[in-house]
Design a protein around this ligand. Structure first.
Ligand SMILES: [Zn+2]
Length: 453
């Protein structure tokens, strides 16, 4: 088992060791147990000269806010990240998931991509700002939160609900999700998240005759559930071309050759989108998710006795809705896909959307920083198919940017590797991201002047 390094500010130039230290705290959520990990980051920033405070609804799940006073009048710049990670149970790992082994040029372990890698980058950038006495246009704030992976109730949601005063003068935050390359038709793009799909966890309830398992009849709740799952996994919900995705695809199309560009523009035509998706080489089904509401079956509950046919089966769907779509829209679309002869009850378990208007004032700085480091790449605005703590910050008027810059080998898919076995990040990518965030902290002067975006 690798050692957790002492929280010494000299780790500023060693973001890989910072990452290994973070990975070695088992912060699997549930239950999270982020306390020791957050305390480690607090000691690190405190020793570097930040003012630090923790806030917690549950003492085992604290959140840290650290502040380095700025020299200028700009609003504070907030760098933030979560240190909880998703479970590893039932996954087959090459290296133990909480050791941070370095092999083949990668740091291996749960959270290396989502998002302890990003936390290591932002900690390195923050430590350097303190050590080098960088002239800051405004305060530099760092927030390390618990509980993102379960929705943020003990983390970012708690912070904005119970301590909104902390964010009163903050306009811009940098966190997940973006800054890593995605390849479309052979061209490299760096998406930067400005908005995200709504979470709409839903439950479908199927009913039918209950009875003895020795004399099964036709159909029933279990069979209906199975047919519904098959229908939902074999067909897409309808296409919606929303304005931010139009902008994204126009920006992508402009970088491609005429033929491929036309194919990308076809994505915006509901009649042709699904055919275009089938033709286009895309990374991880990402564009697909930006054109449709999605419904992934995740939990089934039904039956509790081997010889009793259940009269009711519940199916939980992890649905993600495009900005502007409601639970009622979703229910209508689900009923359109599930065969007509299957009735079901529909209930929304949780709905959370990213409510505010997008403020692009920091986008140019983030894009220039990345495009200077990789002149072959193009930075594009992005709507995330998943959910992040950005939606909580948007409730207190903070525009969050998904930006943990990394360069990745062509053969490595970020989207296929997060939350999966053998999550890992290239050693070089951690250093790359730390350097880019360092440049952003140094280059930050507040938002772009009005009319200039
Ligand atoms: Zn994450």
């Amino acid at each position: 088992m690798g050692e957790i390094p002492a929280p010494d500010p000299s780790l500023a130039d060693d973001p890989v060791s910072l990452l290994q230290g973070l990975v070695r705290f088992d912060t699997t959520n549930p239950p999270g147990n982020e306390r020791d990990c957050v305390a480690w980051t607090e000691r690190l920033l405190d020793a570097a000269g930040f003012e630090t405070d923790t806030y917690a609804s549950d003492p085992d799940r604290p959140n840290l806010v650290a502040r380095l006073p700025g020299d200028g009048p700009a609003p504070p710049l907030l760098l933030y990240g979560h240190v909880d990670v998703v479970p590893t149970e039932g996954q087959d790992w090459t290296h133990p998931p909480f050791e941070g082994v370095i092999e083949d040029g990668f740091v291996w372990g749960r959270g290396t991509l989502d998002m302890k890698g990003g936390v290591a980058m932002l900690l390195a950038a923050a430590l350097r700002a303190a050590r080098d006495e960088v002239e800051l246009a405004g305060d530099l704030m760092v927030m390390i939160v618990s509980d993102e992976e379960a929705g943020g109730e003990a983390g970012a949601a708690y912070m904005v609900e119970q301590h909104p005063e902390l964010f009163a003068d903050v306009e811009y935050a940098i966190g997940e999700f973006g800054g890593f390359p995605m390849t479309v038709a052979g061209e490299r793009f760096y998406p930067v998240q400005l908005d995200e799909k709504a979470i709409c966890w839903s439950q479908l309830t199927f009913s039918g005759p209950a009875g003895h398992g020795s004399t099964p009849g036709d159909g029933g709740a279990m069979a209906d559930m199975a047919r519904a799952v098959t229908a939902l996994t074999e067909s897409r919900l309808p296409v919606h071309a929303i304005p931010p995705v139009e902008e994204l695809l126009e920006a992508v199309a402009a970088e491609l050759d005429a033929e491929t560009g036309a194919l990308v523009r076809d994505l915006l035509d509901p009649e042709r989108a699904d055919d275009a998706l089938a033709t286009l080489d895309q990374d991880g089904g990402m564009i697909d998710a930006l054109l449709h509401n999605t419904a992934a079956p995740t939990v089934v509950r039904g039956g509790d006795k081997e010889n009793v046919i259940p009269g009711e089966v519940e199916l939980t769907l992890d649905c993600r809705l495009l900005p502007g779509q409601t639970a009622a829209d979703l229910e209508r679309e689900l009923r359109g896909v599930v065969p007509d002869d299957i009735g079901f009850g529909f209930e929304t378990l949780r709905y959370e959307a990213f409510p505010s208007e997008t403020d692009t004032g920091l986008f140019d700085l983030l894009a220039e920083t990345l495009e200077t480091a990789d002149p072959e790449g193009t930075v594009v605005p992005f709507v995330l198919p998943g959910g992040t703590d950005g939606r909580h910050l948007s409730r207190v008027g903070v525009q969050s940017y998904g930006y943990t810059p990394m360069q990745l080998p062509e053969t490595f898919s970020f989207m296929d590797t997060i939350h999966a076995a053998d999550e890992r990040i290239p050693v070089d990518a951690v250093a790359f991201g730390a350097d880019r965030l360092t440049e952003v902290v140094g280059g930050y002067v507040g938002g772009a002047p009005a009319g200039d975006d």
